[in-house]
Design a binder for this molecule. Sequence first.
Ligand code: ADP
Ligand code: NA
Length: 330
Amino acid sequence: HTRPVIFSGMQPSSDSLHLGNYIGALSQWTQMQSSFDAFFCVVNLHAITVPQDPAELAERTRRTAAQYIAAGIDPAQSTLFVQSHVPAHTELAWVLNTLAGFGEASRMTQFKDKSQRQGADAASVGLFTYPMLMAADILLYQADSVPVGEDQRQHVELTRDLALRFNHRFGETFTVPEAQIQKGTAKIYDLQDPASKMSKSAESEAGLVKVLDAPSVTRKKIMRAVTDADAEIRFDRDAKPGVSNLLTIYSVLTGRMVESIESEYDGRGYGDLKKGLAEVVEETFAPVRERTNELLDDRAELDRLLAAAADRANDVAGRTLARVYDAMGL
Ligand code: ADP
Ligand code: NA
């Protein structure tokens, strides 16, 4: 390869991506795609580790892919594909399941969190083996780095351990990937609960800004965002988490320094800041929403793009899997 390889993905577990996904993942990916040989995956096999409605899953998979493209992932430049279109993911995951220790897998904090939330008996074995599928996703493309949030660090560590173990036992086969933890990337918080990160798993959607929502819905959510009583527009993450979150979003979406926004709104009320922010968000999301809807109106074209990407992904992944099987005597 001439360019380093990156792999990243998101689950199709919602009708619309949210502002956190957009700022923390999607907009980062679009900036990276010209410097890397990038594989961006809609990880639908990960989504079924918790119960899914089949029709809804199919729809959400298309919508997620459409939003990637609409936000700027160029299917001619990056390989944007759906995980289940590439059988090597599940095949390599099985191999990695046989290499991973039960104790090692049991230490994954995401499994502990998610299984606790569902109740130990309700949690699937798939939820337990999820990290080995994620390792397969990454290793099949010989990824050099994996842009992920802090919460995925442990899974990437496991991926590295499995790659090193395989290479040691069966001969050099995998690139050992680095986690590229998005340090400079702003974390976006829930508008109603600025102590918690904005997440599709939030109990209420009142503080969740969605890319595909109607502008009036988003505007209402922003106007109702939690602030505080002292009416001062100043960034202070600890003392003024609500206002600081609004300023962060404003700053990231406009590329302006927080200080410059603070001085623009100096002496004005929270209502003005919120109105301004609602406009900024709408300017950002309007083109993404329009393009997503165009893509969803032409299903055949979207499916064709995804099929072409799956061909490329199958080609690369299939070559890695063949080396793995060969090395193991399979
Ligand atoms: P959610 O928390 O809504 O389930 P995911 O865990 O599926 O989101 O995250 C998908 C991607 O979006 C990851 O790369 C993650 O780091 C990023 N992301 C999610 N929520 C936020 C947030 N509130 N702020 C910044 N980035 C986020
Ligand atoms: Na999540």
